[in-house]
Design a binder for this molecule. Structure first.
Ligand code: ADP
Ligand code: ZN
Length: 749
């Protein structure tokens, strides 16, 4: 008799797939089914990944203990997708599968639905004249006589019927009580301020939208894998194209999966889809409660919905037969997960489309170099929208050379003369301004003017950022807060001392500035303006970001200040001015993508201005206005930027010219980390199709108390790189927790 063997993914990081035997008295479980297996002394729930034909039987295989699902719990194609992710990103199958499961998906207890008690009349209870009942009981029966489908316990309670009354009636056999499942609906908390225009499904498309549809609709109907890049300037009406495509695909009986960067930042897209397609839309993102995510997952799995909108992890949604997969704002860095598995949502979406035979549409005003290169090479088709809808002009962009402003007004200047004047004009006219500075806090650091020492994090190799923190209970603080140094990596904080900790001199100076300082300057310059700030410090509380954005939409805010959070897809029709405080914040970073990031951010934020009927203006302050990323963003000339940037990547051999893998090794001491990294590098040298660079101290040499060393693989053969790395890692399994592998890294920091 041949063995009946299965490979199982278990939720243990760094463990590979495990092989088990299925005992003869169990039916053979299908891929995607959950099983209980022994692992050492433990019992674990895992998921069947596949059947195994022959195993290395040098040691005795164990039997699975229990099969929990008769069919697939996770759809088979999603299991296949997670396997691809594990392989490509060199991540453990357990960790990857966890991304595809609902919360507590591997808990043994299957039933986690929220239910409500529904009370209905029994046949006995329908009799008109019932003997010897109290007034309360009679009143309850009357209520139920008018509700043939029954009433929920809360609804009865609202009408004055207590639980005890229902219980007594049930005891008499006049009513019956059943438990109905209710789905927790995350749309209860979604923004609705922008849905007014959503129903307008009948409006005429612009000629560019028409052309886009003429290209994309046949591709969607072809039921074959294809990728299209929609490069459309901000305000060109990409969303309307997505909606129409989605509608066509739904009608053809296939599902639609749409990825967005962060729901909280793009609530309008979700709201538009919900307005167009109603309850057939499910939403999946990390801001939901466990209960909501659980319910949404099961709604999708049951086939109750045919449109799924969600963030990165929604790419694993259990949607049957996706015919269209949309990745909105494909350039957005939040698509990349920064913990294991370090996958890119867009690239996994493309893979899913390949497995399912779907059209994958990736859209943005600022394509990544990777995507644009693929389009130019003919691997993707390219659809371009060059103009805004209704011939609205692009924002008129002006660059202010801050070197001149500093010469005129001193090194402390935050708002240039041009920006001040433009803001004043908006306030006079009752229009809104949006001010971007991609750096939070009040000051970047504190420096001693005597000895040059700065305030540093004890756990990380960075200086502490200065925040002015409100003291909730102390009303005597005239300054309105306490100066605190805070680490943006590990969150360590302490009060800023009065004197230098090194030399005791009382000459501490705050250097550089962030959004808090901009807010203070704006409030001082325009005391009557209504000012709001959006950055990670102000939106910690769930829902507070949505609250602020709704205030902006209701025009209760004149000036909105924020980090890159405000540069994303918002549509503020009343905003006619965008100011960028320091366009060069990101250019100082030792990262090969810094010019691309800067170009994207500036182009996107300039695109927030003038989306309504009035034309928009953008004022960009920069210390290096001649840098091509700043200059070409001002010209809104993507193609020129691409041409220049791709040249740089070619010369320096960076992606998309070559593929890269970043490996970071952590250790309690620098030597420990370096030794492991050296061992890894040595194991990989001599491979063909790639080179190994390093090891060298990582840019953040210390992080959260640990020392970090990094090495890179660069090359044209991903396969060779992967295989070589896999082999090297297999020799260091004891160290696996200290080694972080990042395939296609977005940042080298
Ligand atoms: P993008 O995503 O390309 O930046 P949007 O899809 O947000 O652009 O569209 C910008 C604005 O134009 C939105 O307010 C949208 O409702 C509106 N719009 C889109 N298509 C049309 C059209 N054909 N006619 C009129 N208005 C449109
Ligand atoms: Zn720190």
């Amino acid at each position: 008799m041949t063995d009946r063997l299965v490979s199982v993914a278990v939720p243990v990081p760094a463990l590979g797939l495990l092989t088990y035997r299925v005992p003869p008295d169990h039916a053979m479980p299908v891929p995607g089914a959950r099983v209980v297996v022994p692992l050492g002394p433990r019992k674990l729930t895992g998921v069947i990944v596949g059947h195994v034909s022959a195993a290395d039987t040098s040691f005795r295989l164990k039997d699975i203990i229990q099969v929990l699902d008769a069919g697939a719990f996770v759809p088979a194609d999603v299991v296949k997708l997670t396997q691809w992710v594990s392989d490509y990103y060199l991540a453990g199958p357990g960790a990857t599968l966890a991304a595809a499961l609902p919360p507590h998906g591997l808990a043994n207890q299957v039933d986690r639905f929220k239910t409500v008690r529904v009370v209905t009349l029994t046949e006995a209870g329908m009799v008109r004249t019932l003997p010897a009942l109290g007034a309360k009981q009679r009143q309850a029966l009357q209520l139920l006589q008018q509700a043939p489908d029954g009433l929920t316990a809360p609804a009865l309670a609202e009408r004055g019927t207590a639980a005890a009354t229902i219980k007594s009636l049930a005891g008499l056999g006049y009513v019956s009580i059943r438990n109905d499942r209710v789905d927790r609906d995350p749309f209860e908390h979604a923004v609705t301020a922008h849905t007014a225009a959503a129903g307008a499904g009948s409006r005429a498309l612009t000629s560019e939208q028409e052309a886009a549809m003429a290209h994309l609709a046949p591709l969607a109907a072809a039921r074959a894998f294809h990728v299209a890049l929609v490069h459309g300037v901000t305000g060109s009406g990409k969303t309307e194209v997505y909606l129409r495509l989605a509608d066509a695909v739904r009608q053809s009986g296939r599902g639609v999966l749409m990825l967005v960067p962060e729901i909280a930042l793009t609530p309008q897209v979700a709201a538009l889809f919900r307005a167009r397609f109603g309850a057939a839309v499910a939403i999946q993102h990390s801001g939901l409660s466990d209960g909501e995510r659980h319910d949404q997952w099961h709604r999708i799995r049951r086939g109750d919905v045919d449109v799924v909108i969600g963030t990165r992890s929604a790419v694993f949604a259990p949607l049957a037969n996706p015919g269209l997969i949309i990745v909105d704002e494909e350039h957005d860095t939040s698509y990349k997960q920064d913990e294991t598995p370090r996958y890119h949502g867009r690239d996994v979406a493309i893979m899913r489309g390949q497995f399912a035979g779907s059209l994958v549409v990736i859209g943005t005003a600022t394509p990544t170099l990777e995507s644009y290169a693929n389009a130019l090479a003919g691997r993707y088709s390219l659809v371009t929208l060059n103009r805004r809808v209704l011939d609205r002009p692009m924002a008129q962009v002006q660059v202010v050379n801050m070197r001149e402003e500093i010469a005129a007004a001193g090194a402390e200047v935050v708002l240039s003369r041009a920006l001040r004047a433009a803001m004043q004009a908006r306030l006079d006219e009752g229009q809104q301004s949006l001010i971007l500075l991609n750096r939070r806090g009040f000051a970047t650091s504190v420096l001693c003017r005597q000895c040059g020492a700065s305030l540093e994090c004890p756990n990380c190799s960075v200086t502490l950022t200065v925040h002015r923190e409100r003291l909730a209970r102390r009303s005597d603080s005239r300054e309105g807060g306490e100066w605190r140094g805070r680490c943006h990596y590990c969150n360590f904080s302490k009060p800023v001392p009065k004197a230098c900790e090194k030399c005791a001199a009382p000459y501490l100076e705050r250097i550089g500035f962030g959004t808090e300082r901009v807010e203070a300057e704006v409030r001082e310059a325009f005391p009557h303006a209504r000012v709001a700030r959006v950055d990670r410090d102000t939106v910690r509380r769930k829902g507070s970001l949505v609250e602020i954005l709704e205030q902006v939409a209701r025009r209760e805010v004149d000036v909105l200040i924020g980090t890159q959070m405000i540069a994303k897809g918002h549509d503020f029709p009343e905003c006619t001015l965008v100011g960028v405080i320091s366009a060069d914040v990101g250019l100082g970073l030792a990262d090969f993508r810094s010019a691309e990031r800067t170009f994207q951010l500036l182009t996107q934020v300039a695109g927030r201005a003038g989306r309504g009927e009035r034309p928009g203006q953008a004022i960009i302050q920069s210390l290096v206005p001649e840098h091509y990323s700043v200059r070409l963003a001002c010209d809104q000339d993507y193609r020129a930027f691409y041409a220049k940037e791709v040249e740089f990547r070619r010369a320096m051999r960076y992606p998309p010219q070559v593929a890269m893998v970043n490996v970071v090794v952590r250790g309690r001491t620098f030597e420990e980390a370096m030794n492991t990294a050296r061992g890894l590098a040595a194991a990989m040298r001599g491979g063909t199709g790639f080179v190994v660079l390093g090891p060298a101290p990582a840019p953040l040499t210390r992080l959260r108390g640990e020392h970090r060393v990094q090495l890179f693989l660069k090359g044209t053969s991903r396969k060779a790189m992967r295989e070589s790395l896999q082999l090297a890692l297999s020799r260091f399994t004891k160290m696996s927790k200290a080694i972080a592998v990042d395939v296609d890294p977005l940042t080298m920091l």
